[in-house]
Design a binder for this molecule. Structure first.
Ligand SMILES: Cc1ncc(COP(=O)(O)O)c(C=O)c1O
Length: 413
């Protein structure tokens, strides 16, 4: 920060403010995490300035000797960690990774079957607002209206009717395990490619805390900054036979130069992910999500699907007569940060929505456990429902600060 403070004190101030904000709030955003300091160091390293195009041994600029070693390290470690036949570590984001997979083996206009966004899917799975829907002909499966889980018989029925070229499994808000084996079987039956997007789940999978989609998929994509606890960016794992097509689809197909500092952060987090501490954080993340879900259930909240198998808990606030937007804003005012979220069959507008999504990844990385989850659930309930008085809210804010002080943000894993 020495040079930034001199060059741009205003911006340096914002960096300090952001550190303070994170240190003094409880982060329940399922799509974020507290990266170890070494990850931030390598992201801000001199590798930020190196321009590379192509792949190690076949670059389009000179001076890539160290960049090649960085990318090779990331590839070797990532392949080993996820037991994959092939890996591409260059995607700038999860969306870029998904785009590259689609363009590697599909023709524009080809049919793809994926999960509907309001039921848990992601924009890059063919939502009308995403460019993916303009390139390919997406149809969407939904969750069952009673169980709120994927109805695999219905997916099979749709696959038989639609004959898609690709089936996509994976979600941004789905608190249950996905049966990848079953989805792969359905894809095989209709001769479709099968891709899993484990953007949210990669850290849990790396730690062996939940089953891996890798053995069942032609392609697996993920991001490194959610449960994976690393820097930003996406990764593609695939069967060896698709490796060349994937490489071409990433560069030059969907991206130009790759970001070497991001590749270095990926190499680093793949190493950190083999450590006992990383593994125990991932296991704790799931235990904590279950505790949080149980606690809210006891207080009479409706939990989408009735519980959780991963890092997410989805609360439906319909019966509480408040919107997700209200809860998000109220909770942020006491230092509890999360995002409003659609729930299946949501009747509210996309801006207000009926639910909130809680992720235990950030809290677990700070070392919190069952006792803290119970306390946080009670604090959230008081803030959302019981207390509109300024004094009560100020008291909750104090308790949040106590928790933050007792569990400072991790520097190392
Ligand atoms: C399932 C899923 N896929 C893809 C992405 C996209 O990642 P990015 O925002 O890095 O493009 C996300 C992001 O939240 C996601 O949840």
């Amino acid at each position: 920060m020495r040079y930034l403070s001199q060059d741009d004190p205003e911006l340096a101030g914002l960096v300090i403010d952001e550190e303070k904000r994170l240190e003094t709030t409880l982060n329940l955003i399922a799509a974020e995490n507290h990266a170890p300091r070494s990850v931030n160091e390598v992201l801000g390293s001199i590798f930020n300035t190196k321009t590379i195009e192509g792949y190690p041994g076949g670059r389009f600029h000179a001076g890539c000797v160290h960049a090649d070693q960085v990318e090779d390290l990331a590839r070797q470690r990532g392949k080993k960690l996820f037991n994959a036949e092939y890996i591409n570590v260059q995607p700038h984001s999860g969306t870029s990774a998904n785009l590259a997979v689609y363009f590697s083996v599909l023709e524009t206009g080809d049919r793809v079957l994926s999960m509907s966004l309001p039921h848990g899917g992601h924009l890059s799975h063919g939502h009308s607002a995403s460019i993916t829907s303009r390139c390919f002909d997406f149809s969407h499966y939904k969750v069952d209206s009673k169980t709120e889980r994927i109805d695999y018989d219905r997916v099979r029925q749709m696959a038989r009717q639609l004959n898609p070229r690709m089936i996509v499994a994976g979600a941004s808000s789905y608190p249950r395990l996905i049966d990848y084996e079953k989805m792969a079987e359905i894809a095989r039956e209709v001769s479709a490619f099968f891709m899993a997007d484990m953007a949210h789940l990669a850290g849990l999978v790396a730690a062996g805390a939940i089953p891996s989609p890798v053995p069942f998929c032609d392609f697996v994509t993920f991001t490194c900054y959610k449960t994976m606890i690393g820097g930003r960016g996406g990764v593609i794992l695939c069967r060896k036979k698709y490796g060349k097509k994937i490489d071409q689809a990433v560069f030059p197909g969907c991206q130009g130069t790759s970001a070497v500092n991001l590749l270095a952060a990926k190499a680093l987090i793949f190493k950190i992910a083999t450590r006992e501490k990383f593994i125990s954080i991932q296991k704790k993340t799931i235990e904590n999500a279950r505790t949080l879900a149980r606690e809210f259930k006891e207080m009479g909240y409706r939990i989408v699907t009735g519980g959780t198998d991963n890092h997410q808990v989805l609360l439906d606030l319909t019966a509480r007569e408040m919107s997700g937007k209200f809860a998000e804003t109220r909770l942020e005012s006491v230092g509890i940060v999360l995002n409003r979220n659609l729930v299946p069959q949501d009747e509210k507008t996309p801006g207000r929505v009926s639910g909130i999504r809680l992720g235990t990844n950030g809290l677990s990385a700070r070392g919190m456990g069952a006792a803290e989850m119970k306390r946080i659930a009670r604090l959230m309930d008081s803030a959302m429902v019981n207390s509109t008085g300024k004094e009560v809210l100020a008291g909750i804010r104090e308790e949040v600060l106590d928790l933050c002080r007792a569990f400072p943000i991790i520097k190392q894993i």
